[in-house]
Design a protein around this ligand. Structure first.
Ligand SMILES: Cc1cc2nc3c(=O)[nH]c(=O)nc-3n(C[C@H](O)[C@H](O)[C@H](O)COP(=O)(O)O)c2cc1C
Length: 198
């Protein structure tokens, strides 16, 4: 069975990001996939120490971090998954701070010994997995995707864990009420996009 891991960087229960990820999960499960949902807001992840201990050993396997927190468990889930949904609202033109904290801990996917100028992605040669990107913002969706950093950051996350992007859903104009609901047209798009992951 195809395993999809959905990593959600929203801060609030049942916001647009939660609703979007859940709608994707429903469509994927209906198509026979196994879906696991990760709420980063409930996950114990420390900040990266920038020590680069995890980047020193060569090889395609993720390096070992000095922290002993929830990230090791999450890396194991990332390694076992066949595809991903990477989701974060746009806050101040960027993914949320909890998504960024998670991203920085993906340093384990870089090989970067002290004598090398820049990192090499450990998964660059590995068979590509698939990723769908999800974000939402107050601006119109297409503008949000072009102008804010979220799209780039979600793409960088996918590249780091060895996934190619097979689709993206950037929902816009949804911050005009305290409890916005997904529209029918967005739900229909989700059903179509979900098919690209499996
Ligand atoms: C602190 C904060 C910063 C935000 N910054 C932006 C922004 O830079 N651009 C934008 O279009 N929307 C911005 N928004 C609106 C959010 O992107 C929008 O409410 C988001 O889609 C909510 O996702 P959620 O329902 O999963 O919480 C911001 C909202 C908050 C609370």
């Amino acid at each position: 069975m195809i395993k999809i891991l959905a990593i959600n960087g929203s801060y609030r229960d049942d916001g647009i990001t939660d609703q979007t990820v859940e709608a994707f999960a429903e469509a994927l499960r209906a198509a026979g996939a196994e879906v696991e949902l990760i709420l980063l807001r409930e996950y114990p992840i420390e900040f990266c120490l920038n020590c680069r201990a995890c980047t020193q050993q060569p090889g395609a396997a993720p390096g070992t971090c000095l922290h002993h927190d929830g990230m090791q468990d999450l890396i194991d889930k990332i390694e076992r998954a066949d595809g991903y949904i990477l989701a974060s609202p746009t806050n101040f033109g960027s993914v949320t701070a909890i998504f960024k904290r998670f991203m920085e801990r993906l340093a384990v996917y870089a090989y970067w010994p002290w004598d090398m100028n820049g990192p090499k992605f450990r998964k660059a040669q590995a068979p590509m997995k698939k990723a769908l990107l999800v974000s939402s913002c107050a601006a119109p969706g297409i503008l949000g995707r072009w102008f804010f950093g979220t799209d780039k950051q979600l793409k960088m996350t996918a590249k780091t864990i060895g996934a190619e992007i097979v689709g993206a859903l950037f929902t816009g104009m949804i911050a005009k009420e305290p409890h916005p609901k997904l529209s029918k047209s967005v739900r229909a798009k989700i059903k179509t996009l979900a098919g690209r992951l499996i």
